[in-house]
Design a protein around this ligand. Structure first.
Ligand SMILES: NC(=O)c1ccc[n+]([C@@H]2O[C@H](COP(=O)([O-])OP(=O)(O)OC[C@H]3O[C@@H](n4cnc5c(N)ncnc54)[C@H](OP(=O)(O)O)[C@@H]3O)[C@@H](O)[C@H]2O)c1
Length: 225
């Protein structure tokens, strides 16, 4: 078991209820903002019966590359990937590559799940410990973690692979509609250009609609304005 080895030693872990309601304005520094990295249908479906129903060769590679960053990036300044206990169990370390991984779980037993990741009991607790560096922070799901990050205003960018066809109408897990969450003005999120997406991830992303393994999809990036 290895808890918090990759992050600076925190002060005592607050109980979950307290951690979830910490006021960022009362901190010494604002909480860093994160990027949601997700694939979703036009109705924001992200999963079905505990699985992601679309599996294409390059989608996993795309997520891996976005998370790890360009080959040229400074490896002493690792990106962070935050995920639910469920997502951690579904994945393997190689899915994430050379990054800090943080599992968010209220379950004390989850502290035994891994030798290589940090386990925290809330997303604010995770963000509060991440060193203040230019490295990126990604939230990769699932549904509850996306909702926590969005409703707590902890996200300023969303990289979403829109699964256009099939429509996967039997999805039972959803990304919240970030355009209307908290009844915010829909203009709050701006769709970035393809050039902005490539510039941000640091590699050439395939433009337009991609068709692969019977799935049509398109990569989008949204920025909070
Ligand atoms: N398309 C995509 O990009 C993508 C990405 C990730 C996942 N998915 C899919 O999304 C679906 C759901 O994934 P997931 O199981 O990782 O879901 P999730 O909704 O993020 O995580 C579930 C966990 O969140 C915690 N939780 C749930 N409700 C809570 C609450 N009210 N308060 C505090 N903690 C709460 C619980 O964990 P603890 O008991 O450990 O606290 C629960 O086990 C699956 O079908 C998955 O394949 C899709």
């Amino acid at each position: 078991m290895q808890i918090d080895d990759h992050l600076p030693t925190p002060q005592q872990e607050p109980p979950a209820s307290q951690a979830l309601f910490l006021d960022p304005t009362q901190r010494n520094r604002p909480l860093p903002r994160s990027t949601i990295l997700v694939s979703a249908t036009p109705r924001n479906g992200i999963g079905c019966r505990g699985k992601v129903p679309w599996q294409t060769r390059s989608l996993g590679q795309f997520h891996h590359r976005v998370i790890t960053g360009p080959e040229t990036s400074d490896r002493s300044d690792l990106n962070t990937v935050m995920m639910s206990n469920g997502e951690w169990k579904r994945s393997t370390a190689s899915d994430w590559g050379d990054v800090r991984s943080v599992v968010v779980s209220r379950d004390q037993a989850a502290r035994n799940i891994s030798d290589t990741s940090t386990v925290v009991n809330s997303i604010t607790s995770a963000l509060d410990r991440i060193p203040w560096t230019p490295a990126k922070i990604f939230v990769v799901g699932g549904a509850w973690l996306f909702e926590e990050a969005l409703t707590r205003d902890l996200v300023d960018r969303i990289i979403i692979t829109r699964i256009l066809d099939p429509t996967y109408d039997d999805c039972d897990a959803f990304l919240p509609d970030f355009h209307s969450i908290r009844e915010l003005d829909p203009a709050l999120w701006r769709r970035a250009s393809h050039a902005e997406l490539c510039g941000h991830v640091g590699f050439q992303v395939e433009p337009g609609i991609v068709e692969e393994d019977g799935v049509r999809y398109e990569h989008e990036m949204w920025i909070k304005v």
